[in-house]
Design a protein around this ligand. Structure first.
Ligand code: ADP
Ligand code: MG
Length: 709
């Protein structure tokens, strides 16, 4: 794939050309909001899949309503009034609705316009949640803030049927999406781009029908969702998987045509590496390095994925390869996803190679002025052979004399274009991508195309398994006491939070607030630092240094610690709101403690009110330490009933497909993609063009994937 515009440029908001004002209900304000939220076409709207469905088919008789239930009620308005509440400046609109069984109180907060729709005697549907409300006369059931609709709206009705509920985005309500999608499917249904042959062989419906089923199913899709809903889902899955397979196939063809540099194995190099090693390599590390060395010497550009759980020791393997390349006169670059990591790795690399008289440079956004100019000069002249950096490395101004090896750490953190641009800085350089996201091998092959894979399936010796416990709020005090006792014994403690700033409704999540709360409360007197993604590079560096040098005992952080900050003395990690993280991510997080041979502990704290199912999911982490098992479990959980799930594989990519569950479809997508490139598929008028456009959109989007486009 050709490099595109520099990634540092802010991506211009793209237009929504397909609507061009023709779609009723999409005025300029909404259009802008949609564009700002990343929607660029009608198709994007269709792919914004329901997060869940509400079954509004059967009205519940008023006397049968129960507290906590979301229910549809069909009734007549007996009366209605609005008033200002005594406290809080709220406007309360109250109505009394009756059906043949009884009367129901209905309340809206701050929606005075509701009154207009509530003419006495009008017959309406109400859908909302039933709560228990205490009055002077005792407890009564009421319905809070329901959506309502006059009876008899016909096909425009949002009652009397299964209704899709969309996640709110760009401040746009679910109801608006429902309307837009409905009109789109009526007025501008998407044209099909899948050849008949594939559709009939896989028994897949037309694209427009599939979208109709997914957005407006007749039955609420349950776990046993069979029949037409499942067929529709498979159609969308195929759509995604096929696009990805085509992109991979294209990348594969391009690679197979290129030839690379030869980095020969010499005795000299071997000796250098042995001198560099601070410890004995594990058998897995030795195997991986041998595989890499063979690639380097082969004359074909290496394209290898080095997979290994957190702490399995990927870095040293990469460093050896880099030293090897530089020994043969080539330059080698190491891309790290964050400034902290780049600094840390640059330092580690420099320490390793300094005794051999080699130097390792650092290039990040905060290296500037004279230092930067000098560094760029030395890279261009080939004087500097080893460099570690962040995204800064692939800016246009950075030129290499003879880049022979590119290492990409935590590959999922980089977009496909960014990786491509880096690779383009050498003449078919060798590429080693590293990931701690375990992917079953068979799946990796299908997902990543034909890259070679080395696996570190063994941990360095002496590492104890991190003891993991899932806890809820009731254990908060105990957990804090445990942390204090660990710190008293010389250990360090991480508190990890999912968000940087608390939103107004849920500020308990805030690492910042927590830092203050913990520092003046449970951990008063313990030196603490805060670390989050929005701090300046220098401030982050200071925080990390304070922990590394033992000046700080407590680190309160957002998930920036996930990607490999190496603080070996840390022994306890407390993850707050653990139920909001994926299992694989939690597994990576806990790999951050107990790295210096001490016993590590991970405590997964659930949010107040987390469901038993959520705790059950986390319990997997108590039971197993196997990254592969955890990743699979993660995918299974995420897929279930979560059609529009935001975070899919590695945080990017699919909106419907679940590579683990849909592995059979993945296999057939691969076959069809091959058949397409061989010209064995016949297309109808316009079909191929539409399909290619779809594939192109994927090749741009594949940001979070493993392949170098
Ligand atoms: P990751 O695979 O998560 O990137 P690292 O490369 O950061 O893991 O290694 C984790 C820790 O283990 C580092 O502190 C590293 O020095 C150490 N380490 C790596 N390999 C070995 C080994 N063979 N023996 C002992 N310690 C090792
Ligand atoms: Mg690492």
């Amino acid at each position: 794939m050709k490099p595109r515009a520099p990634a540092t440029e802010k991506r211009a908001v793209r237009k929504l050309p397909a609507f061009s004002g023709e779609l009723a209900g999409l005025g300029p304000a909404r259009r802008r909001a949609l564009e700002a939220a990343g929607f660029s076409s009608a198709e994007d709207l269709l792919w914004w899949l329901p997060a869940r469905y509400e079954d509004r088919r059967f009205p519940t008789p008023i006397t049968r309503l129960k507290e906590g239930q979301s229910a549809l009620v069909k009734g007549r308005v007996l009366g209605c009034r609005s008033r200002r509440a005594r406290r809080g400046g709220l406007t309360l609109t109250e109505a009394l609705v009756s059906d043949s069984t009884g009367n129901l109180h209905v309340v809206w907060f701050n929606q005075p316009w509701m009154e207009r729709a509530l003419a006495t005697g009008a017959e309406i549907y109400l859908f909302g949640r039933i709560s228990l409300f205490s009055t002077k006369a005792g407890l009564r059931l009421q319905m809070d803030n329901p959506s309502i609709e006059p009876v008899g709206e016909g096909s425009q009705s949002s009652m009397d049927k299964v209704v899709p509920v969309y996640r709110k985005i760009g401040g746009l309500p679910s109801k608006m999406f429902r309307g837009l999608v409905h009109r789109l499917l009526e007025e501008q249904p998407p044209l099909d781009s899948l050849p008949d042959e594939i559709k009939s062989a896989e028994s897949l419906p037309e694209l427009a029908d599939a979208f109709r089923q997914i957005h407006f199913p007749e039955e609420p899709p349950g776990p046993e969702a069979g029949g037409s809903f499942e067929r529709a889902r498979r159609r969308l899955v195929m759509e995604e998987l096929l696009a990805v397979q085509c992109v991979l196939g294209e990348a594969r063809r391009e690679r197979s045509l290129s030839s690379g540099v030869v980095i020969p194995a010499t005795q000299e190099a071997g000796k250098l590496l042995r001198r560099m090693l601070p410890f004995h390599l594990t058998a897995a590390q030795r195997r991986a390095f041998r595989e890499i060395a063979a690639d380097l010497a082969s004359g074909k550009p290496m394209y290898r994925l080095l997979q290994g759980d957190v702490g399995s020791g990927k870095t040293i393997v990469a460093f050896l390869a880099m030293a090897w390349a530089s020994h043969s006169g080539f330059q080698a670059a190491f891309m790290a996803p964050t400034e902290i990591l780049a600094r840390q790795q640059a330092q580690r690399l420099a320490e390793r190679v300094a005794p051999e008289g080699l130097e390792a440079g650092l290039l990040t956004a905060s290296v500037s002025g004279q230092a930067r100019r000098e560094l760029l000069c030395r890279l261009a002249s080939g004087d500097l052979k080893l460099v570690v950096g962040t995204h800064s490395l692939f800016q246009e101004k950075v030129l290499f004399k003879n880049l022979g090896l590119v290492v990409i750490d935590e590959q999922h953190r980089f977009g496909v274009e960014q990786r491509a641009r880096m690779v383009a800085k050498g003449v078919s350089p060798n590429v080693l991508v590293m990931t701690a996201t375990p992917i079953p091998r068979s799946l990796a092959l299908t997902l990543y195309g034909d890259l070679d894979i080395s696996v570190l399936d063994e941990k360095p010796p002496g590492r104890l398994r991190v003891i993991t416990r899932v806890r809820d709020d009731s254990s908060l005090r105990k957990v804090e006491a445990f942390c204090r006792s660990e710190m008293d014994r010389g250990g360090q403690v991480f508190y990890v939070f999912p968000m940087i700033e608390g939103s107004e409704d849920d500020d308990t999540q805030a690492a910042i607030q927590a830092y203050e709360r913990l520092g003046s409360g449970a951990f008063r007197g313990y030196p603490a630092v805060l670390l989050h993604g929005k701090m300046t590079a220098a401030a982050k560096e200071r925080a990390v240094a304070a922990v590394r040098q033992g000046r700080a005992k407590l680190l309160v952080a957002t998930t920036v610690v996930e990607v490999g900050v190496d603080l070996p003395e840390a022994s306890v990690m407390v993850v707050m709101h653990a139920d909001r993280f994926g299992l694989a991510q939690l597994h990576q997080l806990r790999g951050r403690v107990g790295r210096a041979g001490q016993q590590g502990y991970a405590i997964m704290m659930c949010s107040p009110g987390a469901s038993p199912a959520a705790m059950e999911r986390l319990a997997i982490l108590e039971r197993t330490d196997d990254g592969f098992e955890i990743a699979e479990a993660d995918l299974m959980f995420r897929g279930a009933g979560d059609l529009g799930g935001l975070r899919q594989w590695g945080g990017g990519g699919f909106r419907v497909a679940n590579p683990v569950k849909d592995v059979a479809l993945l296999e057939s997508a691969r076959k069809w993609a091959v058949a397409m490139t061989k010209g064995e598929i016949s297309w109808k008028e316009g079909e191929k063009e539409r399909f290619n456009a779809w594939v192109r959109s994927w090749s741009e989007r594949l940001g979070s994937w493993g392949q170098i486009g």
